[in-house]
Write a protein that binds this ligand. Structure first.
Ligand code: MSP
Length: 646
């Protein structure tokens, strides 16, 4: 049986300037959807490209004392470089200056002209060059472009017009009968109102500049850049030169576009297709805008964020994860460095990174690195299996509705539950009792199995991290051939698999979020050496004053990592997060706690103890514990790291 096909496009970007994080946002969404569909077994065609003609580009080239072609060649190379760095898996990259497209635009223009839907007349009206959009006097906002707010210029020239008005009723009927066609619904309603306001015939040629595709039968005109650009979607699908490909992929399943260009895609584009007698795309999805600290990105405001610099600093998967997780698709979303760092630290380094690290560590320490076959399933295991199953089902449902950030939330809920499962099943305790070997095997198998499923589910979003998890789990099958079906079935992980050495997936970012950096730094000076293990109940010590007590700086600290200190059976080396900084401390609690048990706990710590060197390691602080006879329990507090204890 041939595979079902899926065709998804991004807008083709203007090479007037380098792309910023907002453009990267749009392409990342399309990439995640394309990768998800491939995982779900579809034959996917994913297209992106560049929209290279028009007055704006011609002017930019003039400003730079170069030809339009040389200008766009350079910028388009930077687009391709960005998509590579961001691991974008497009199947084709279309440039509107390519011959295949040039020929198609001319053929389409000619056909529509021949059938009488394009006619010549005089145009007089307004034009916004940055948006490449014609406006009527009554549509302007205080004399400015209603889309971008920039000044418009008067245009008076002989032009060809496209009879859009003729198709108005057909289009309206189509939109009303196909509720999925324009998404989300808010955009659909806007478009319906716009059409009901009356469609004017559209000016589709220009004569006052020449950087464009000439009208085939009247070469002093160039085709209007939006007419030229929109047809890219059928050029690349093979409308003119590859009928087989065209019938395979067309109609497109999703044109993913920013909200401000939904109008072009859901009014002009369908009418061009109606005039050609070609089926309409199944969906135009208008996503929201990425803003910076609540503000639109612009060169003049100096708040344009370069995606390449971010990828170099944080890695492409972290950026992709942030963009996809932070913003609900149809809505605007905010980009901030603080929010990015928080997400990396909380979701990637802590939740996902710790689950992998703790699990592999325990499989290594307790089972010699072998994922043994599970024993009997207890209620807590069944609950985890059920959650994994419903997570996959929910994930699919959300992905089918382009609800990427909710799909990601579901996966992270499973990861969070599994971290808790470790605390509840306490494998370190099971490992001490040979009679509980079967139980230990079950728990460790379940951890590895959740990680296997999570790797599959996150692969459309984090294509670098997912195969790394696969490799660390020691799974031998090629990750590139994995399917979504393999996530649906619990228990696919072969018993006997040997895990690799755990390697951190995402190191914690130390950069301080601006808000926190302004708060007073935590004191680090004091006296006394680390000590957390007492064996006797102390008799009361002499009284101290409240001022003396106030000298102690006690804080909540989250344990990020814990490991045994070599050749010291009482000591653990802890890495803790104090909210404003990380510390390393040595604590004499190894007889009472397994390292895995501590990760993720919020302990109470004296932070202003004078640093001390223990076994060659500098320890900066001391965790508090209650002790009685040979029992010891750490003092914990369910409060954010850095909270003061008084
Ligand atoms: N060339 C036209 C599209 C033609 S498609 C046949 C164009 N190009 S653009 O480069 O200006 O914008 C391309 C896409 O980037 C648009 O969908 C736009 O919404 C998106 N974005 C530009 N800035 C953005 C943000 N700040 N946030 C999210 N997307 C944004 O329009």
């Amino acid at each position: 049986m041939p595979k079902k096909t899926f065709y998804i496009t991004t807008p083709i970007y203007y090479p007037s300037d380098r792309l910023h994080i907002g453009h990267a946002y749009c392409t990342t969404i399309a990439d995640a959807i394309a990768r998800y569909k491939r995982l779900a077994g579809f034959d996917v065609f994913f297209l992106t490209g560049s929209d290279e003609h028009g007055q704006k580009i011609q002017r930019k080239a003039e400003e730079n004392n170069t030809t339009p072609q040389a200008y766009v060649d350079k910028i388009v190379a930077s687009f391709k470089h960005l998509w590579e760095k961001l691991n974008i898996s497009n199947d084709d990259f279309i440039r509107t200056t390519e011959r295949r497209h040039h020929e198609l635009v001319q053929a389409v223009f000619q056909k529509i002209f021949d059938q009488g839907d394009i006619y010549k007349a005089e145009y007089e009206g307004w034009y916004c060059t940055p948006c490449e959009t014609f406006w009527l006097e009554r549509q302007l906002n205080d004399g400015k472009c209603p889309d971008c707010g920039r000044p418009v210029e008067i245009v008076k020239e002989e032009s060809y017009f496209f009879r859009m008005s003729k198709y108005q009723d057909r289009l309206l009927k189509y939109i009303e009968e196909n509720p999925e066609f324009i998404q989300p619904t808010s955009r659909r309603n806007e478009m319906i109102n716009f059409i009901k306001g009356g469609l004017e015939d559209l000016c589709v040629s220009r004569t006052t500049f020449d950087w464009g595709i000439p009208v085939p039968f009247d070469t002093k005109h160039v085709v209007y850049v939006w007419f030229d650009a929109l047809t890219n979607y059928i050029t690349a699908a093979g409308y003119l030169n590859d009928r087989e490909k065209f019938s395979k992929y067309w109609p497109a399943d999703i044109h993913l576009v920013g909200k401000e260009i939904v109008r072009f895609h859901s009014i002009i584009w369908p009418i061009i297709l109606m005039a050609l007698g070609v089926e309409l795309p199944k969906m135009v999805y208008g996503h929201g805008w990425l803003v910076v600290e609540g503000d639109k990105m612009s060169k003049s405001k100096g708040n344009v964020i370069d995606p390449i610099a971010l990828i170099d600093e944080f890695g492409s998967d972290a950026i992709r994860y942030f963009l996809l997780r932070e913003i609900a698709l149809g809505l605007d979303g905010n980009f901030s460095r603080d929010a990015l760092i928080s997400r990396i630290n909380a979701d990637l380094a802590n939740d996902l990174g710790n689950l992998l690290h703790r699990s592999l560590n325990m499989i290594g320490r307790f089972n010699g690195g072998v994922i043994e076959a599970p024993g009997e399933t207890e209620a807590i295991d069944q609950e985890l299996h059920d959650l994994a199953r419903t997570t996959v089902a929910q994930y699919e449902k959300h992905m089918e509705h382009q609800d990427i950030n909710t799909a990601l939330k579901e996966v992270w809920a499973l990861i969070g539950r599994t971290n808790k499962y470790i605390d509840e099943t306490a494998p370190w305790a099971l490992a001490k009792d040979p009679a509980k070997k079967d139980r230990l095997n079950t728990v460790l198998y379940n951890l590895a199995e959740v990680l296997r499923i999570a790797a599959i589910l996150i692969s459309p979003f984090m294509p670098v991290t997912a195969p790394k998890i696969w490799a660390q789990l020691g799974i031998k099958t090629d990750f590139a051939s994995v399917t979504l079906g393999e996530a649906q079935a619990w228990g696919r992980l072969p018993a006997g698999t040997i895990v690799a050495q755990p390697e951190p997936l995402f190191p914690r970012i130390e950069d301080k979020p601006a808000a926190e950096a302004e708060t007073k730094p935590v004191q680090t000076v004091a006296t006394a050496a680390p000590k957390a293990e007492t064996t006797d109940q102390p008799s009361c010590l002499p009284e101290i004053t409240i001022d003396e007590f106030a000298k102690l700086d006690l804080r909540v600290a989250k344990v990020l990592a814990a490991e045994k200190v070599k050749k010291a059976d009482k000591l653990l080396l802890l890495t803790v997060d104090l909210g404003t900084e990380q510390r390393t401390i040595i604590s004499g609690i190894a007889k009472h706690y397994e390292p895995e048990q501590l990760v993720g706990q919020n302990v109470v710590m004296v932070v202003n103890l004078k640093p001390a060197k223990i076994r060659g390691i500098e320890s900066r602080g001391m965790v508090l514990a209650a002790s009685c006879d040979d029992k010891l329990q750490l003092v914990t507090a369910d409060m954010p790291p850095g909270s003061k204890v008084k």
